[in-house]
Write a protein of this length. Structure first.
Length: 589
């Protein structure tokens, strides 16, 4: 059964209904009188018969119209009475709220600590009631300003620092006495009110913000809040400039957009706290706990964060220019797009950290731990990574131009398409590393270990690979033009289609290396070992093989034009079909 409209009678009394009825009744009555008097449009006999019932009908219609008119006027009166009653109630309620504020403010300034605590709770209740008042009335702006006034009253109390109340740790009874103990407990009550209600106040008033009213803020500038318990409090956009929050409990707190300029956060617990876009200029974070803290877009330029625990902290987009992060723990931290230019990260632990797109120009990462770290497209030009651990690190498309990676451990690291132009990797270890398409032009790779590494398509033009270990490395289509490979170990390496023109391979070990279709024109292979190397289609034009060992080599069809074979060991070498114009092998064959 459909629900009956409770306002049906109001619409029945609408002028849209009773005006036509009333007009129709009057028109009918006028017609009746004219017809009765003048016999129009029917004869007098008709009106004698039809007149009485018609008159009754007309009178009835008129009565209905009059009744509806009265009903409408009554409805309008009741509506006005209701609005007047509501306005009166709102004024009374507003007056009551203002009176309560006056009383609570007086309580908060009472000499008795118990009364002051009661005043703090009374003001907290007032904030809730003002918010409720704004939701139930059309006085949103007024409600907001009065709720903010209540918050300001509590903040003012904390800023007052009455009689220089000192901080206390877990139990104030052990350090404070008399008035100081009482005052500390009152202040703790206010902090408890903030901790338990701040988030709810902000959420409840978001609808006011949508109307263009700014959200509430907490003005705690310069307040002494040492050891304060504000865990999980919502203090977004709070003004804490110069506040003393040493050893404060702020774990899980929301401090987005908060002003913490010059604040003392030494030894504060900010575990999991959200400081996105907060202002921390000149703040003291020494020994603060920042595990899992959210510091997105925060400016920490020149900050001393040495030895801090920032495990799993979110520092994406943060500015850490010239910051001191020596021995800091940043395991699993998110530093995506962070600015770490010239930052000091000596011995810092960045294992599993996300440094995608980070700008780290000139940063010092000597002996830093970057195992399993993600540095995709990171800018590491001129960085110092000497002795750093980069095992299984992802450096794909990273810029490492001029970087110092001496003695660094890059085992199984991903360096495909990385730019290592003029980088120093002497003594570094890169076994099983992926350097596909990497740029290593002019790089210092002396005594570097590349065993089993993938260097296919890499550009090693003019690189110094002296005494480098490239055993079983994949150098397919690599560019080694003019590279220095003196004494390098290339045993079992794959150099198919590689360009080794003008390369210096003297004393290099190419045992069983695959040089199929490789270009060795003008290369120096003096003293090199090419035993069992594959030279099918290899270009050896003007190669210097003086003193080389070619034992068991298959040179069938190989072009040895102008090759210097002085003192070459060619035991068991098959020269059938080899192209030897200008080469004398009569004494060595």
């Amino acid at each position: 059964m459909p629900e009956r409209d409770p306002n049906w009678w109001t619409r029945l009394a609408s002028p849209n209904l009773w005006i036509p009825i009333t007009v129709g009744g009057i028109t009918g009555l006028a017609g009746f009188l004219l017809g009765r008097s003048f016999g129009v449009p029917f004869p007098s006999e008709f009106w004698k018969v039809a007149g009485p019932p018609l008159a009754t009908t007309v009178v009835g219609v008129g009565a209905i119209g009059a009744a509806l008119l009265a009903l409408h006027n009554g409805s309008k009166t009741r509506e006005l009475d209701r609005e007047h009653h509501q306005d009166t109630m709102n004024r009374d309620r507003e007056s009551n709220l203002r009176d309560r504020y006056t009383t609570a403010a007086q309580q908060l300034n009472d000499d008795n600590s118990a009364v002051r605590e009661a005043g703090a709770y009374a003001i907290s209740a007032l904030i809730d009631d003002w918010i409720s008042y704004g939701q139930l009335t059309e006085q949103a702006s007024l409600a907001h300003s009065q709720a903010q006034a209540c918050i300001n009253q509590l903040c003012s109390y904390l800023r007052a620092n009455r009689r220089s109340v000192e901080s206390y740790d877990e139990d104030p009874k052990t350090t404070l006495h008399g008035f100081q103990l009482e005052e500390a407990l009152v202040r703790d009550t206010i902090l408890s009110v903030f901790r338990e209600n701040s988030g709810r106040w902000l959420r409840a008033r978001r609808e006011l913000t949508a109307e263009g009213i700014s959200p509430s803020t907490f003005d705690l500038r310069g307040a002494r809040l040492r050891g304060a318990s504000l865990g999980f409090a919502d203090l977004r956009a709070a003004n804490l400039q110069g506040a003393d929050l040493q050893t404060a409990e702020l774990s899980g707190a929301t401090l987005r957009l908060a002003n913490l300029k010059g604040a003392i956060l030494r030894e504060a617990d900010l575990t999991g706290a959200n400081l996105t876009d907060a202002t921390l200029t000149e703040a003291d974070l020494a020994e603060a706990k920042l595990q899992g803290a959210i510091l997105v877009n925060v400016n920490l330029q020149n900050f001393d964060l040495s030895r801090l625990d920032l495990e799993k902290a979110n520092l994406s987009g943060a500015t850490l220019f010239e910051a001191d992060l020596r021995s800091a723990t940043l395991t699993g931290a998110n530093l995506e797009r962070a600015n770490l230019a010239h930052a000091k990260l000596f011995e810092a632990n960045l294992a599993e950290a996300n440094l995608t797109g980070a700008y780290m120009f000139g940063a010092a990462l000597t002996e830093a731990v970057l195992t399993d770290a993600t540095l995709t497209k990171a800018h590491l030009a001129k960085t110092t990574l000497a002795g750093a651990l980069l095992i299984n690190a992802d450096l794909q498309e990273a810029t490492l131009e001029g970087a110092d990676l001496e003695d660094a451990d890059l085992e199984s690291a991903k360096l495909s398409k990385a730019n290592l132009r003029l980088a120093i990797l002497s003594g570094a270890t890169l076994p099983e590393a992926d350097l596909t398409g990497a740029v290593l032009i002019g790089a210092n790779l002396t005594n570097t270990t590349f065993s089993g590494a993938n260097l296919s398509g890499a550009d090693l033009t003019d690189a110094d690979l002296s005494v480098a270990d490239l055993e079983e490395a994949d150098l397919t289509e690599a560019n080694l033009t003019g590279a220095v490979l003196i004494g390098a170990n290339l045993a079992h390496a794959n150099l198919t289609d590689a360009d080794l023109s003008k390369a210096n391979l003297s004393d290099a070990d190419l045992y069983s290396a695959n040089l199929t279709d490789a270009n060795l024109s003008d290369a120096d292979l003096s003293g090199a070992t090419l035993t069992r190397a594959g030279l099918m289609g290899t270009i050896l034009t003007r190669v210097d093989l003086t003193g080389a060992v070619l034992t068991g080599l298959d040179l069938v069809g190989v072009n040895l034009t102008d090759v210097n074979l002085d003192n070459v060991n060619m035991d068991d070498v098959d020269l059938s079909g080899a192209i030897l114009p200008g080469t004398d092998t009569s004494e060595n064959a």
